[in-house]
Design a protein around this ligand. Structure first.
Ligand code: SAM
Length: 364
């Protein structure tokens, strides 16, 4: 799934991750673990509500030494994850381009393009207009100075992350390693006839947790699905919209727009004890329950072949969120240890609040 093409020769100063404001501590914990696993020596920095966290190495380190630590899929809480190579403070308001170009030149790296980012905070969003206006002149200036090779595929994309009006972090987005959506957020529109906003969560999960070829090959019209905790029907709507037939389990009512599709069987039953008479392709679950209970139930369905693929939401406690995620991972690992290798992907989606969304399947 991943194509790891390190930018040859680039020396980096660490990792920068973007997250939802309020989740910096969790992201910092993950950056620390990823760096330690890659053998990188340094420290993490994360300010509360800054919407990003940084790992900084003590020494400039060849990008190749970061290994798969730069793969954004490996982090739950990072919407975007990038190796950074320079931080510029005191950018002059009247000429931000010159110091940025100097730092890019000094890196010795060429890039295929440039993207300007800001953290996802109300304060930083006020700079998004400036970022839009500045993209074109900065691109032209970088091209003129020989730092861009827009026709060369395989080169990293230059990310310029403005954490304040005068501070920019320069990072290298490697093909296949980072999110390709602006700020790591897929742009989705709320469908006008969907019954709830949480329909966006499953839509985003399909975009984020599956790659393009998986979306075609494992999510297909004509498949059968179960939706545990389905009411009012936002997730069921997403499945039906893709041509799947759905058994929706919930004591609550489903909206008429969903039932009118005639693709849905609604059963008023307990999602923890109900089991399908025959195996299904997909099971999705958005029941509000203890994350460990949900994780155990998901592992059970997959282990016993009741579903082939599952996407589920884990509601997190306000504190010790990372520990809760790790506990769920461990429960799933234990249950599936004797069954076979599995693929578990967990992400804190843009549409997730105090929760994360996961995909689980056995590897074939
Ligand atoms: N995914 C739904 C949507 O997009 O519209 C929203 C689901 S809502 C967050 C959680 C649902 O889980 C509620 O409708 C609740 O009735 C249901 N639920 C909670 N515990 C359940 C259980 N043990 N069995 C079945 N449904 C349950």
């Amino acid at each position: 799934m991943n194509q790891h093409t390190p930018a040859s020769g680039l020396h980096c100063a660490g990792l920068i991750g973007y997250c939802r404001a309020g989740f910096e501590k969790e992201l910092a914990g993950e950056l620390d673990d990823l760096a330690a696993e890659a053998g990188l020596i340094g420290y993490v920095r994360a300010d509360p509500d800054a919407a990003y966290a940084v790992f900084e190495t003590f020494e400039p380190t060849p990008l190749g030494d970061f290994g798969t630590a730069t793969d954004w899929r490996r982090s739950v809480f990072a919407r975007q994850l990038l190796p950074w190579f320079a931080r510029i403070d005191d950018l002059p308001e009247r000429d931000r381009a010159t110091p940025i170009i100097a730092a890019v030149k000094a890196s010795g790296q060429r890039f295929s393009g440039v993207v300007l980012d800001t953290p996802d905070t109300d304060e930083a969003k006020q700079r998004s207009g400036f970022c839009k206006r500045f993209t074109e002149p900065l691109t032209q200036a970088l091209e003129k100075s020989g730092c861009l090779r827009t026709s060369r595929t395989g080169l990293p994309v230059l990310h310029v992350m403005f954490t304040s009006a005068t501070t920019a972090w320069l990072a290298a987005g490697q093909p296949g390693q980072c999110s390709t959506w602006a700020m790591g957020v897929p742009r989705l529109r709320m469908p006008s006839n969907a019954p709830s906003r949480s329909t966006m969560k499953l839509a985003e999960a399909f975009m984020t947790l599956l790659d393009d070829s998986e979306r075609d090959s494992i999510l297909r019209a004509g498949q059968r699905a179960v939706d545990l905790g389905a009411a009012p029907g936002g997730w069921t709507w997403q499945l039906v919209h893709r041509g799947l037939r759905v058994t929706a389990i919930d004591n609550g009512p489903l909206r008429d727009t969903v039932m009118a599709t005639e693709m849905v069987e609604h059963l008023r039953a307990d999602g923890f004890t109900w089991r399908p008479p025959r195996p299904v392709d997909w099971m999705v679950c958005d029941m509000v329950e203890q994350p460990s209970r949900i994780a155990s139930l998901m592992a059970e369905w997959v282990a016993t072949g009741r579903c082939r693929y599952t996407i589920f939401n884990l509601k997190l406690p306000m504190k010790r969120r990372l520990e809760a995620v790790e506990q769920c991972r461990e429960l799933i690992r234990k249950r599936l240890a004797s069954v076979g290798p599995f693929d578990l992907r967990i992400k804190h989606l843009y549409h997730d609040r105090e929760e994360v969304t996961a995909f689980l399947t056995l590897k074939r």
